[in-house]
Design a protein around this ligand. Structure first.
Ligand code: KG4
Ligand code: ZN
Length: 342
């Protein structure tokens, strides 16, 4: 007799992407993401607008995810959702929707920590990608997060270090904004950096103990640097955009790689798994490849659609929790601040 297949519907609404996915065990059948374009004109995410857009998007996005997976909602085994961390108004939309749907369908509800999901995204089935084995180090780098985590098993994780102020994606975006580039500027900094000299300009690196990060000082030093130079030459940014981007990116990558190296030395673990939107950066990819060749690391980066905020990563945690019977009571509430392992 064949065991019945489990279908998990997952919902992600922690920031500015409304996403729904259907998984059959570790396989993603659909992963629909509605990215909210409205924030572009404000140069960053506006929480109030994000929650309103989630409310508009959530039902169509869920319908689309079910249709793409060719699954009827009556076939679902459980509903997984992001409980936190994130923007409260945004989380409330996904949480309330997931609770109601689970109640209506009479299936289990499974809460998921968004940061754990970024890490467990590495276990989504992908025939072209090898998966890390336990224990491994995970570094999540995005517009909202910068964290190094020791992962002992699917549900045992320890945060070794995290940012004390801005996230690394914010460092990219804010630097880009100072250069007059549109939001989000990270991909543009990456693009121009490819054409520039990474040693053209020097920016100070923060002195932060242990494995924690700080990026707010870098932004300030770039601001003063650009103010000084444009006073001398109003066309400084325009004429040097490639070199400025290459130097900024070089500084940010040095900070990330130094901390990763420290984490590897401290733990003796050489498997390093990267996630989050900044994992798209071509410079970090090159640095990791270099570390594989020169330091014997094994590095892992999931498919890009599983790096940025998405519901498939919520679904994989949903499935892993389903298998362990880790269900959530209907009295659950969204949690804006939600540390890994708490
Ligand atoms: O994971 P993500 O889509 O959203 C969250 O922040 O949760 O990450 C978006 C961040 C933005 O800050 C964006 O500028 C940055 O990732 N990013 C990049 C690149 N692509 C996206 N930063 C540097 N280089 C890139 N190629
Ligand atoms: Zn995220």
């Amino acid at each position: 007799m064949t065991a019945t297949k489990k279908y998990i519907l997952a919902i992600e609404s922690s920031c500015d992407d409304t996403s729904a996915a259907v998984l059959c065990h570790t396989n993603v059948l659909s992963n629909v993401v509605a990215t909210q374009e409205i924030h572009k004109q404000y140069g960053g995410v506006v929480p109030e607008l994000a929650s309103r857009a989630h409310q508009q998007n959530i039902v169509p996005v869920v319908h689309q995810a079910l249709a793409k997976a060719n699954i009827d909602k009556k076939e679902l085994s459980a509903i997984a959702f992001t409980r936190g961390p994130g923007l409260m108004g945004s989380l409330l939309v996904g949480t309330s929707f997931a609770k109601s749907l689970a109640l209506g369908l009479n299936v289990p509800l499974i809460e998921v920590n968004h940061m754990e999901a970024h890490i467990l995204a590495h276990f989504i089935e992908d025939e072209n990608k090898p998966q890390p084995t336990f224990p491994f180090l995970a570094m999540t780098i995005s517009g909202g997060h910068t964290q190094i985590v020791k992962v002992t098993d699917h549900f045992t994780m320890e945060v070794l270090g995290e940012t004390l102020d801005d996230a690394v994606g914010e460092a990219f975006d804010k630097s880009a904004k100072l250069m007059g580039l549109p939001y989000p500027g990270g991909p543009l900094v990456d693009k121009y950096a490819k054409l520039g000299n990474p040693n053209a300009f020097d920016f100070p690196k923060p002195k932060v103990d242990g494995l924690n990060f700080s990026f707010s000082g870098l932004k300030t030093s770039i601001l003063y640097f650009l103010q000084r130079e444009t006073q001398k030459n109003p066309k400084f940014v325009e004429e040097n955009i490639n070199d400025i981007c290459a130097s900024v990116q070089h500084t940010i990558l040095d900070i990330l790689m130094e901390k990763l190296q420290m984490a590897v030395d401290q733990t003796g673990i050489k498997q390093v798994a990267i996630g989050g939107g900044v994992a798209a950066n071509s410079g970090i990819r090159a640095r990791l490849k270099e570390a594989e060749e020169t330091l014997g690391w094994q590095t892992f980066i999931p498919k890009f659609e599983y790096c940025t905020d998405n519901a498939a990563m919520i679904g994989i945690v949903g499935y892993l929790k389903f298998e362990k019977g880790k269900f959530t009571d209907q009295s659950v509430a969204a949690k804006a601040r939600y540390a890994i392992g708490s």
